[in-house]
Design a protein around this ligand. Sequence first.
Ligand code: BF8
Ligand code: SF4
Length: 641
Amino acid sequence: MTKYSRTADRFNSSTIDPAAAEMLEKANRENVPTTWDRFEKQKPQCGFGDLGLCCRNCLQGPCRINPFGEPKEGICGADADLIVARNLLRTILGGTSSHTDHTYSAIQCLKSAAEGKAPYPIKGTDKIKSVAAKLGIETEGKSDGDVALEIALTALSDFGSYSEEPMKWLKVTVSRDLFEKWEKLGILPKNPDREIRTAMHQTAMGVDGSPVNLLLSALKLGLVDGYAGLQMGTDIQDILFGIPSPVKSEANLGVLSHDKVNIIVHGHMPEISEKIVEWARKLENEAIETGAAGINVAGICCSGNEVLMRQGIPLAGNYLSQELAIITGAVDLMVVDVQCIMPSIMKVASCYHTKVVTTTPVGQLPGAQHIPFTPESADIKAQEAVRMAIAAFGKRGPAKVQIPVHKSEAWGGFSVEAITGALSMLDAQNPLKPLVDNIVAGNVLGAVGVVGCNNVKVTQDQSTIELVKELLANNVLVVATGCTAHALAKYGFLSPEGAKKYAGEKLLAVLTAVGEAAGLGGPLPPVLHMGSCVDNSRIGDLLGALAAYLGVAIKDLPVAASAPELQHEKAVSIGTWAVTLGVMTHVGVVPPILGSPLVSKVLTNDVEGMTGGKFYVETDPHQAAQGILNHIRIKRRALGI
Ligand code: BF8
Ligand code: SF4
């Protein structure tokens, strides 16, 4: 194996997380390559790809456009604008397919559970009522199971629809104004699977030659992502597993245990991670019989967010920490499902005693134990996986174990229902009133959803932390999801203490008033963890409710979105949905669009005239914070507040 040698500087430029830096040093000592080593070997990255100017859509290619000279066209005549627009739409298609396929699995699980075939108690009774109400499903005299089944079938009917009608789930979720605006733009999606097929077709060699038409389809696919991926996914998952409510836990690699069996759940599907948590609890005695002190489950990526939100399971780390968790030498089993799982974890695991279990037909890793989960077999499969972990615990090599001490208190579980629940302690009749009054009074300047990933191009967590610090100091309320929520959790932003440390004076007073009224005995955390990336729909719901309360459009609210360290195609789809909704969306990593002046201009400027939202590209977190604050102030002025 190549010797990987790095200086302390290198570790520091890789991450600001002390636990991650400690594990990078350990990896270096033990000669275990990580994603940062592979990143170095990729440098310099291809300039054509970076600008979005490479096309491989037919076998005459690859073609590339030279922004400084010739060639200006691909072999078929496609120019820079067309190639960039096509590539962008394909990126969004990758993200949208990921979310909708995830959601489809959740619907199948709900259907099977409601039919009594799968061992999942349906826990979200309140969500059944609210979703049934919005879908117009009669609940009177029906059991929860029967209503849940009707909801599942309604969701499936969107995916099975052959009519020209827009997606039902979208229609019943958004305001009439938004629906009509999207109708006028011609971007209302029908059957989501059909939209994905059509857009793949549209981007094929020799079909659409219009960059603007391709960008309109990008907006449409953003809506597919938003309503057939995020919204439907969250609604269905809340019905199955319950609506999250505030829960205290911890975050960072220090949550791993020296004397317990450590199981990591990694990926996105709560129907798998919830079962692992359930059976880890049920089989704890078996672990104790073999000499362990118990079983400790911790989460990485959005699986971590899902089980934190509903079960209080601690967060081990975000996307860039997945290899580092294994490098502690203390992970007995990593259970993965889909999305954001680096194939490299197999090589890293082979340097330790760690076992890896894959669980889905599309997410397999050579060398892992494949235990195919289905809703019906979930109990049996989860037991099998947990027992593998117990057996692996005995093989842990104590000499290789080094668990960083770093961990922080972190609260999760801030669903919209939980937030309005806390606010209703101040005004039971009108829960949003206290929040809106404080926004109007300027105690809360505005709100920003800071979301998305880690990206090896950015020092891990740095942009997120710097940006959020500035927003909070300026009395902006922050909500977070995804790996960004993990990042903020690690540095105490998801704890009441974090409010005292980071929130501006006025914001702190509001957080304290709400936290005390809600019985937390102190302030709310300054950053509210709203869940996984699929749970970004919760932010959409909150924006919709605020806009409705104020009688304005979402685009008029003093709010913004930001993905300071995005990497995945899904983050681009989510960002596109946010822009379509009317939200200014900051991205801290330059997307591969700069090769087309037209596409860049449409996305960062012209689209605002259509949807009210736009992308804002800024890699410097301080500049970005200023840009976002300016935007919020402009929106406030326009509202006369
Ligand atoms: O869906 S934030 S790295 S884990 S893509 Fe992936 Fe990005 Fe993390 Fe969750 Ni979201
Ligand atoms: Fe080249 Fe056109 Fe084929 Fe793309 S579609 S690879 S630009 S010939």
